[in-house]
Design a protein around this ligand. Structure first.
Ligand SMILES: [Zn+2]
Length: 306
């Protein structure tokens, strides 16, 4: 009797915990990061787990189109609810930043069409970093558009290992830190901002709106991995220092939550000012990630101290 009772309790507990995981499939899939350290930046508290949940949302959020919209000048949002894709239009064809998951490519294609542009006019495909949720769709996008795939040198090994359905990852041009990509009068500058991946790239460009010129920053993810090696520590130290030297009026990121897209989108058209022009918050995401990175390092050092 007693043994039976115990096993029933166990089944109930297992049942509860599996329901908990089912509610957060993205976390269960990737293996949830730890819920510590907790850091507070500008009144908001974050843990590694809460940041990943904020970035990824649910499985459905990752694959459902967010209403495509103009961000500023010739920059448009064509991604899903939690995975950014940006279309930069020019008279000589377009540039796409981040194909995201392969299963999202057709959704991005539809968002591009909804804005009145042709997916087939994409001439150049860029990425922020070699993780599947940002660049897995590169091969299919190239297949559909013939675009030139341009990547940062340090991310080449990770991209070559990314083979959805066995497809070879296309690489047509390899960049070094500071290299330029130009099409139809628009120039993007590739800044190596390593740490999250070896070749994590922050892209900058200028665009015009209302007769003024604005600096747009397409930020990479600056989230540190659970275990920070001395190599990664050096990369992040350089990255966080470099970021603050970039000119910025319009902060964007490879996950919409990094630049508060939903709230800004809701304010579109409500006033004279474009809500995406937000210099005061240009480095807020980098600040959150740097504070978390320092706290993680401190925790790591304490745990290895004799
Ligand atoms: Zn990533």
């Amino acid at each position: 009797m007693k043994a039976l009772f115990r096993s029933n309790v166990l089944v109930v507990l297992l049942g509860v915990s599996s329901v908990g995981f089912a509610a957060q499939p993205s976390l269960a899939q990737r293996g949830a990061p730890p819920d510590q350290p907790a850091v507070t930046v500008r009144g908001q508290t974050y843990t590694p787990r809460s940041i990943l949940a904020r970035n990824m949302g649910t499985e459905e959020d990752q694959t459902t189109a967010f209403p495509p919209h103009k961000v500023i000048g010739n920059v448009y949002y064509v991604g899903t609810k939690t995975l950014s894709s940006f279309l930069i239009t020019t008279p000589e064809g377009h540039i796409l930043i981040n194909s995201t998951y392969e299963r999202n490519v057709r959704t991005i294609e539809q968002s591009v069409a909804q804005l009145g542009f042709k997916f087939g006019d994409i001439r150049i495909l860029l990425g922020t970093h070699a993780h599947n949720d940002h660049q897995e769709g590169d091969a299919l996008t190239k297949e559909l558009t013939g675009a030139q795939v341009v990547v940062m040198r340090e991310d080449v090994p990770a991209l070559e290992a990314m083979k959805p359905g066995g497809k070879t990852h296309p690489i047509d041009r390899v960049l070094r830190d500071g290299d330029h990509v130009t099409l139809g009068g628009t120039t993007l500058v590739a800044h190596l901002t390593a740490g999250h991946t070896r070749g994590c790239t922050t892209w900058t460009m200028t665009t015009q709106e209302g007769g003024k010129i604005f600096n747009v920053v397409f930020a990479c993810s600056y989230r540190a991995p659970a275990n920070v090696t001395p190599e990664i520590e050096n990369e992040f130290n350089r990255t966080f220092k470099l970021l603050h030297s970039l000119p910025c009026d319009v902060p964007l990121g490879d996950h919409p939550a990094q630049y508060n897209m939903v709230a800004k989108y809701a304010r579109l058209g409500a006033g004279a000012l474009n809500p995406f022009i937000d210099p005061a918050n240009c480095w807020l995401e980098a600040e959150i990630q740097e504070v978390m990175f320092r706290a993680q390092l401190e925790m790591q050092r304490k745990s290895t101290r004799p």
